[in-house]
Design a binder for this molecule. Structure first.
Ligand SMILES: Cc1cc2nc3c(=O)[nH]c(=O)nc-3n(C[C@H](O)[C@H](O)[C@H](O)COP(=O)(O)O)c2cc1C
Length: 201
C-alpha cells in the first residue's frame, strides 16, 4: 500500500514537458521502459505496436524540419478557431524546439498486420492496444524520473519515411523523452474532478 501511495503521488506530479535540457538519457533506461510498454494488454495478445527510438541528432533535426512544415500549415491555415483557442493556454505554436532538445524521440506505430508463427496476420483492436501500450510507456518513463511530451503532428505519414517503416504501420504518436529544463514551468491547467469522470454503482 505504501508503494501504491508513492506511485500515486508520483503520477499526480507528471506533467507534459515542452522544454528540455541538453542532458542525454541512457538507452538502457529507455529499453526498460519499453519492456513495460511491451507487456501491456493487447487484442488477442498480438502486440500490434512498434517503437522507433531516435537519439541521432541528425535524424531528430530532419524530423523537426518536416514536423515544423506541417505545423506552420496547421497553425496558419488548417486549425479551426475553437481548437486554436484551446491551445492558447498551452502556449504552443509551430516551433517545435523540443524535437531537437530532448534526448530521445520514441515514434510509436500502430500495426494493422503483425507477424505471428502462422505468418502475417491481421491485428485486432490495433489502436486501442497501441493506446494502452503508450500509456504504460508514459507511466514507466515518469517512474524512471524522466519527463515526456506526447506529440501528434498531423498528417504524420512523413514518420514512415524517417523511421523506414512500411505503410501498414501507422504513426500513432511521438513520445518526446528527456529531462526538463531546470526552470521549466508547465502551463497552468485544471483537471476535472473524479466525480466528473467516474461513477460507482
Ligand atoms: C493524444 C494526445 C495528443 C497530444 N498532442 C500534443 C501535441 O501535438 N502537442 C503538444 O504540445 N501537446 C500534445 N499533447 C499533450 C496535451 O496537451 C497534454 O497532455 C494536456 O494539455 C494535459 O497536460 P499534462 O500532460 O501536463 O497533464 C497531447 C496529448 C495526448 C494524450
Amino acid at each position: 500500500m505504501r508503494d501504491f501511495q508513492l506511485f500515486s503521488d508520483q503520477m499526480k506530479l507528471r506533467r507534459s514537458t515542452r522544454a528540455f535540457a541538453p542532458v542525454p538519457v541512457d538507452d538502457e533506461l529507455i529499453k526498460s521502459a519499453l519492456e513495460i510498454a511491451n507487456n501491456a494488454p493487447s487484442g488477442a495478445n498480438l502486440q500490434p505496436w512498434f517503437f522507433s527510438v531516435i537519439s541521432d541528432p541528425e535524424v531528430k533535426k530532419e524530423l523537426r524540419t518536416q514536423a515544423e512544415l506541417i505545423e506552420v500549415d496547421f497553425y496558419l491555415r488548417r486549425a479551426p478557431l475553437e481548437w486554436k483557442e484551446k491551445l492558447e493556454v498551452l502556449k504552443t505554436n509551430h516551433k517545435k524546439e523540443f524535437l531537437t532538445q530532448a534526448s530521445h524521440l520514441i515514434v510509436v506505430f500502430s500495426r494493422n498486420f503483425v507477424e505471428t508463427a502462422k505468418g502475417r496476420e491481421k491485428a485486432y483492436f490495433p489502436l486501442e492496444s497501441t493506446g494502452l501500450a503508450s500509456g504504460f510507456l508514459l507511466c514507466a518513463l515518469a517512474q524512471a524520473g524522466l519527463h515526456t511530451l506526447t506529440y501528434t503532428p498531423k498528417p504524420a505519414s512523413f514518420l514512415n519515411q524517417i523511421c523506414q517503416r512500411e505503410r501498414t504501420d501507422h504513426p500513432f504518436l511521438i513520445i518526446v523523452v528527456g529531462h526538463a529544463c531546470r526552470d521549466y514551468l508547465p502551463p497552468l491547467i485544471e483537471k476535472k474532478s473524479l466525480e466528473q469522470v467516474a461513477e460507482f454503482r
